[in-house]
Every structure is written in structure tokens, then in C-alpha cells.
Design a protein around this ligand. Structure first.
Ligand code: FEO
Ligand code: CA
Ligand code: CA
Ligand code: CA
Length: 567
């Protein structure tokens, strides 16, 4: 059977089988190639990639960074410009010559700081396929060292002031850039997630403030050891620095000299992505997950309305944050985070947003990852990736995590996707109806709730939904970041993958599989929608260069051999 017969018009491909090997697979009739991998030059003066060392510190801000994540493509005049996150650093891969990947001196730390953040670069399709346009005037790296303006209700607050920045209005760096978003006015939103891991304390007896515990800031950090070589990351020397991270950052991809802006009005937590949609009256609505077991789902609604061509500076600064409360009967409500509901000032709500959500009584969730807004219906979807603590332990801040509502399974190690339809077809509405689009599971292994929902079957098994994007036709692309050992509870699921789901019928089919060890995350389309760009993050396989080479996170291009559109 040909591709056209294999599926309905909505699924113009033959779904592929689960895979366990070290490369990428796509359906018959589709092809892929690497667009950019960690270490590829963005500028002609960049150093060549060195497989023995992962490259020197010098010039490490002139190359494509590591661990590609959230991604958007912008059409700027005749140019196609991709903005993509470089979420974190695999130290053992980035510093292969150091025992355990532990930085030995400040140069090692500088290199790690440069390999993360954001890359902006032009792409073009030539005779050799898609390529980065080296030295394009749009090309830019934003790193852990780039000046970033702080705006919104927290700007200038005493909790954000440091010796280097006594006004609390100019930070250095954007951190752990995970998912992304785009605004109607053509800017990129990059979302700071596990920023806590970069900080540590030079004194093991140093007493951490209460809010550091809720945000996971610890004496040892997560092994980056920045604090041992750069006092800005030592909370003894620079106690407010961690409060200057954990925001959504706005970047103008059309102006490589623009200063990115931390939009504190969107709150401070472990931001996954930022899904932007306009309310019925033109106000800007931003849906955002906080990816931690037992944390919350948020939305922001601007005070002002978006008008094409009008000034947008205040739209992400002035507005109201809400956290979601889900009821068991399929209803839910957005709880405004205000002085009345939280007992906190507007600046405190922007900086200590998790506590504000707790004070308002929001529902603890199974790790909210990406939110995606359906272009064909007034509804939004959030991937709740998994939560081994559900029903077992409270979250890090002490909120209980009872089983119920959209988090229906204890010790949930498969994940689910919740969706909600706002009242009156208006994303600014306070009430909504919700249901579960899919509960991942394994019907070949389990007969209880762990078997998953009806739309899960032997041919589309997956766990840990994470990245999600709707295409222009209203299909939901689902990317996974789960267990890929392919055994026990996870038998038959294979490597992490990208599936496509029909929101109307619930049908879900597997489209792409990644190399072992990798997560598939980040998705964007070329201007003509005949190519999709897909991120392959943290492979364990020696992808894409082959045996004996370091694994290199990469953005790949995927297209249909007959040149038809792919979303
Ligand atoms: Fe960076 Fe929650 O994924
Ligand atoms: Ca993610
Ligand atoms: Ca994840
Ligand atoms: Ca990841």
C-alpha cells in the first residue's frame, strides 16, 4: 500500500516501528539530514570542532552550542532565521579530557557557559540541501555571559540587586533555556528552566534562605561547579544571583544588536515553554508549565491589547499571572495571583511565583512540560510528563500531591496530556473544561490504569510526552523525553520519538525515532512548510558522526521526497 492509502489525509505516512539503534528513522517517502550540530561554526572565524577536547574555550561563543531544545523559525524579509535554545551541558562530552567532566579551571567554566544559552542563525536551502548561512548578519550567540535587561514587576527589587548590578536591572546570561515560544510581533521567547543547578555555596555551612529550598538551590549544585571558579555563582558571595534567573526572556531575532529582556511579569519558576495566543479582545495570553513534580500550570494575561505595529514593550510586563486549579468533575479555574490571593506584593509574586501559587491554592501537577495551542479550536494542551512521587510524597515546597483530576495515577511513570477549553471560547476566561487527550501507558504489560488510554496501542507506545507543537493544519506533534531501555514497563517503546496526534479523533501515530539516549525536542517549519526542523538532544549514541566520535546534539531537517508540505 502506498502512503496515501496507509492513512487518512491527516496521516499521510506509514507509521514506523519502535527503534533501539543509534540513528534517526523517518517513514518511507521521507528523508532527513543534519542541519547543525554542536560545534558547527556560525562564523568563519570559529574554531574547527575538536573531537579530543570538544573544542577550546576561545571561540566557543562562535559555534552552534550543545543540547538543542525549543526552536522557532522567523521569516525576516527574504531571510529564514532560526532561534534555538541550548539547554544544558553534558560535561563529560563537553570536557572529555577532564575526569568525570569536572571543570578544572575558569576556562573550562567559560566554555560551558558559552556552549549554553541561545543561537540565532540564518538558514538557506542550496544545492547541497539546508545549510547554516555562515557570517549572516543575523547570526548571534547568547550565552551565560550575555547582558540581559530585567523588566517587569521584579525589575529593581532589592531581591534582584547585586554588587555588580546595584539597580537590579541588568543581568548577565540566560540559563537552562528549555522550551520556547514566539510572539505575534515576531520575537523569540526562551524559557529558563533548571537554573538552580548552576549555583553552589563555597561554605558548606552557609544557611540557605527558605525560597532557595523551594527552587532547589543547593550547596553543591548540579556539578557544573561554576561557583568554584566564578563568584557570581557562589551564593555566599552573590546571594541574590539565583533570583535573577528562572524567567522568560524575549529576544528580537531581527536585530542581532538588541539586548534580550527578562520578562519578570511571566513569573519565576522552572519554565518549560511559553505558548502565546491572543484573547478574544486582543490581550496577550501566555500559557506556561513549571516542570517539577508537584508544581503548577500558569497563564499570564496582559493588561493591554496587541495591535500590529503598535508598541509591544508593556505587553509582557503588565498583566496578571494565574495558576490553574483543576476539579475532579472536568471543570477548572484560573486563580489570579494577586496581593489579595497570595498576601505578596506584585514584585514578590514575580520572583517567588511558586509560593504565590501555593498561597492561592493551585493544583499540583505531574511535571507540566510544553503547552501547545490548537490553531483550529479554542483549546490548549499540556504534556504532564510523569511524576514518580504522585500520591507518595509532597512536592519540594511541601504541597501535597494527591491523586486526582488530570493527575489520576499514583507513581505515574508514563505521563499524560491534559487539554482545556476556556469558557466562551476566550483564552482570557477564568473557567474552563478539561479532559485527558491521552494517558500514555503500556497495554502489552499492564491491565490496570498503567495500560493507558484507548488511543494507546502496541503500534504507538511511548512514555514521557514533553515537547509539543501544533502545525498549521491542526495536527499535534508530540516529542518524548522518557525511559528508552525498551524493557519491563517500557517494553516496545524503543528510543525517544516524535509522534503526531489528531486532536479530533484522538489517533496518534509514530513519525520519527531518535538515536538511543537522546530526547527529541524542538520543532520548527521552513517558511514554505516543506521542511521540518527537529532537535535531537543529549544522544548517548555517537550521533551523527559515527563510531569513535563524540555524540553531538543536532538539529535535523526532515522533508517529503515528493516535496509536499509537512505541516
Ligand atoms: Fe527542559 Fe522540562 O524540559
Ligand atoms: Ca522539555
Ligand atoms: Ca522532560
Ligand atoms: Ca531535556
Amino acid at each position: 500500500a502506498g502512503r496515501a492509502e496507509a492513512g487518512s489525509d491527516r496521516f499521510p505516512f506509514t507509521p514506523i516501528a519502535a527503534q533501539t539503534d543509534g540513528t534517526v528513522h523517518v517513514p518511507e517517502g521521507y528523508s532527513w539530514e543534519v542541519l547543525a550540530r554542536w560545534g558547527d561554526p556560525l562564523f568563519s572565524d570559529a574554531p574547527a570542532f575538536d573531537n579530543a577536547t570538544g573544542g577550546a574555550a576561545a571561540g566557543s561563543d562562535r559555534i552552534f552550542g550543545e543540547n538543542t531544545d525549543g526552536m522557532e523559525l522567523f521569516s525576516i524579509g527574504n531571510h529564514q532565521v532560526i532561534a534555538v535554545n541550548h539547554e544544558y551541558a553534558n560535561r563529560d562530552v563537553n570536557l572529555p579530557q577532564r575526569e568525570g567532566g569536572v571543570p578544572e579551571h575558569a576556562d573550562d567554566v567559560t566554555k560551558l557557559q558559552n556552549l549554553q544559552g541561545v543561537a540565532v542563525f540564518e538558514v538557506a536551502k542550496g544545492d547541497a540541501g539546508w545549510e547554516v548561512v555562515i557570517d549572516s548578519p543575523f547570526n548571534r550567540r547568547i550565552t551565560h555571559l550575555t547582558p540581559i535587561r530585567i523588566s517587569g514587576p521584579a525589575a529593581g527589587h532589592e531581591m534582584l540587586r547585586t554588587e555588580a548590578d546595584p539597580e537590579g536591572k541588568l543581568a548577565l546570561g540566560t540559563f537552562n533555556n528549555c522550551g520556547a515560544g514566539r510572539t505575534p510581533w515576531g520575537t523569540f521567547l526562551t524559557c529558563e528552566e533548571n537554573f538552580n543547578g548552576y549555583f553552589g555555596a563555597s561554605d558548606e555551612a552557609h544557611e540557605m534562605p527558605e525560597d532557595f529550598k523551594r527552587y532547589g538551590i543547593s550547596h553543591d549544585g548540579w556539578g557544573y561547579d561554576y561557583h568554584k571558579h566564578d563568584a557570581r555563582f557562589d551564593v555566599v558571595a552573590t546571594p541574590n544571583e539565583p533570583r535573577r534567573a528562572g524567567y522568560v526572556v524575549e529576544i528580537d531575532p531581527a536585530d542581532p544588536n538588541s539586548v534580550p529582556v527578562k520578562r519578570t511579569g511571566l513569573g519565576r519558576f522552572k519554565h518549560e515553554n511559553a505558548a502565546v495566543v491572543l484573547a478574544a479582545d486582543g490581550r496577550v495570553v501566555v500559557y506556561m508549565g513549571d516542570d517539577e513534580r508537584g508544581e503548577f500550570l500558569y497563564k499570564f494575561v496582559s493588561d493591554g491589547v496587541y495591535a500590529p505595529g503598535a508598541d509591544t514593550e508593556a505587553l509582557l510586563d503588565e498583566g496578571t499571572l494565574y495558576a490553574a486549579r483543576f476539579l475532579d468533575d472536568g471543570r477548572g479555574e484560573w486563580l489570579p495571583l494577586t496581593e489579595e490571593t497570595t498576601g505578596m506584593t506584585k514584585a514578590e509574586i514575580a520572583i517567588l511565583t511558586r509560593m504565590a501559587g501555593s498561597n492561592a491554592g493551585a493544583t499540583t501537577m505531574d511535571r507540566p512540560e510544553w503547552v501547545a495551542v490548537n490553531p483550529n479550536a479554542v483549546e490548549a494542551y499540556c504534556a504532564l510528563t510523569n511524576n514518580k512521587n504522585r500520591g507518595i510524597k509532597p512536592n519540594a515546597g511541601g504541597d501535597e500531591t494527591p491523586v486526582g483530576g488530570p493527575n489520576p495515577r499514583a507513581e505515574n511513570n508514563y505521563g499524560q496530556i491534559v487539554r482545556w477549553r476556556p469558557d466562551a471560547d476566550d483564552h482570557a476566561a477564568l473557567g474552563f473544561d478539561w479532559d485527558l487527550y491521552v494517558m500514555a501507558g503500556n497495554p502489552d504489560v499492564h491491565e490496570d490504569a498503567r495500560k493507558g488510554s484507548e488511543n494507546v496501542h502496541t503500534g504507538n507506545l511511548f512514555n514521557a510526552p514533553d515537547g509539543m507543537m501544533f502545525d498549521s493544519t491542526g495536527l499535534l506533534w508530540i516529542q518524548t523525553d522518557g525511559k528508552d531501555n525498551n524493557e519491563g514497563d517500557f517494553a516496545g517503546m524503543g528510543n525517544n520519538q516524535m509522534l503526531v496526534g489528531d486532536p479530533v479523533t484522538g489517533r496518534i501515530e509514530r513519525f520519527l525515532t531518535g538515536p538511543y539516549g537522546a530526547e527529541v525536542t524542538g520543532l520548527a517549519w521552513s517558511a514554505d512548510r516543506r521542511t521540518m526542523f527537529v532537535g535531537i538532544q543529549h544522544p548517548d549514541a555517537p550521533f551523527p558522526d559515527g563510531e569513535g566520535r563524540l555524540p553531538r546534539s543536532a538539529v535535523i531537517a526532515v522533508w517529503r521526497d515528493d516535496g509536499a508540505m509537512v505541516g
